[in-house]
Design a protein around this ligand. Structure first.
Ligand code: HPA
Ligand code: ZN
Length: 380
């Protein structure tokens, strides 16, 4: 093990500022090398925050509608003449206090009302891509919720055209590769999902996977067996939200009825040891979203998140932002929050980043390239 691999960090909160502390264990000594608000220099250079920023990352659980920052919401409301029940972006932010998933979804769907034209979908995705580039996201697999828009009379073509154009530009300008995941709203019927899928088929080459999101309680994955079978016939990859608020049984259903190859959230799997064994044995990745889980009260505090247990169980855990405009942080803030709560080592942070590429629907050659880069960073 190299010298720097034995370095651990500990973050402590002070006056709302992240004040990293380096714990440098040498011969049992605990040396504080240097602390300063906002960053600490490690031997070898850089703060934890910098290290996280330098990690190449794949973001696998991101709802594009959940990246709508209040400022952009206001801009679009104004140009599209949509009334918002708020006076300012600050007031919007103040309204973001959620008691559970449903209380969030009510506000999230309200926010989508400003998205009308392909340009709006383009601008939304472009704003995310700029942020992703700043945070060294190299690859993004991104959900969109067509039913949240087609229900309001927006043509599916406008949604897909706008998003697809932005992600193509993101590849050209930032080198970020991406895949769109058409996600079905589980509070609507299986038939509605099938109709939506048929309407999307003319654009089949512009999305790569299907997913399942929205209100989990009382909406088991089995409701969507037919449309997921149809999607698999089309060669699309399959993922599903399960085990966020819903029981472990919904994770089993996502695996067995939908044949999902990745589970979004999945944190409640821990309640079922046989399920954990299955996820580990088949190396089914979980796209965990720590800040989301706290905002939506899946866990009452980040320190009580079960990330450590999931990692100790040997699961392929990835870190993601879910709906960053609503939950107070993009991918790097999620990494930093779990580092701070669980004292994650440099190696563990690298493993989380590595898992994100392992779990991505990318060719092995691209994964290998990133794994080499991560190995170099870990030993630097
Ligand atoms: N869970 C379910 N549906 C969603 C979420 C989520 O975290 N975000 C946006 N739609
Ligand atoms: Zn989600």
């Amino acid at each position: 093990m190299s010298f720097f691999r034995r370095i651990e960090w500990k973050g402590v909160k002070k006056s709302d500022e992240f004040l990293p502390v380096v714990r440098h264990r040498l011969g049992g000594r605990l040396d504080l090398i240097r602390t300063q608000a906002g960053g600490v220099s490690l031997p070898g250079g850089g703060s934890v925050k910098d290290f996280i920023a330098r990690l190449p990352k794949a973001e696998l659980h991101l709802h594009i509608e959940g990246t709508l920052e209040p400022e952009l919401m206001f801009e679009m409301a104004s140009r599209n003449r949509v009334h918002l029940p708020y006076q300012s972006p600050e007031q919007v932010r103040k309204a973001y206090e959620f008691s559970d998933l449903q209380s969030f979804l009510d506000i999230y769907y309200q926010g989508t009302r400003v998205l009308l034209h392909d340009r709006d979908f383009y601008d939304l995705a472009w704003a995310y891509l700029k942020k992703a580039h700043e945070q060294n996201v190299r690859h993004a697999e991104v959900f969109f919720d067509p039913q949240a828009h087609t229900e309001r009379g927006i043509p599916i073509r406008a949604i897909i055209d706008g998003l697809d154009q932005a992600f193509q530009d993101g590849k050209r300008q930032f080198g970020i590769s991406s895949k769109l995941i058409l996600s079905f709203l589980r509070h609507l019927s299986g038939d509605h999902a099938m109709k939506t899928f048929q309407d999307a088929l003319p654009f089949r080459n512009r999305f790569a996977g299907v997913g399942l999101d929205s209100s989990e309680r009382d909406h088991p994955p089995e409701k969507f067996t037919s449309v997921f079978a149809r999607a698999r016939e089309e060669g699309l990859f399959v993922v599903a939200h399960a085990g966020e608020e819903g029981p472990p049984d919904y994770v089993w259903q996502a695996l067995d009825a939908l044949r999902a190859s990745r589970i979004d959230h999945g944190v409640r799997c821990i309640e079922d040891p046989a399920l954990v064994d299955r996820l580990r044995a088949e190396r089914v990745p979980l796209t965990v979203c720590p800040l989301s889980n706290v905002k939506l009260r899946v866990f009452d505090a980040i320190e009580n998140h079960n990330l450590r247990q999931l990692l100790s169980a040997g699961l392929c855990v990835t870190i993601n932002s879910d709906d960053p405009a609503y939950f107070g942080g993009y991918i790097n803030e999620n990494f930093l929050a779990v580092h701070e709560a669980f004292d994650l080592t440099k190696d563990e942070l690298c493993t989380l980043a590595r898992n994100s590429f392992e779990a991505a629907f990318l060719p092995d050659s691209e994964k290998t390239r990133i794994f080499d880069e991560l190995d170099e960073l870990a030993s630097s």
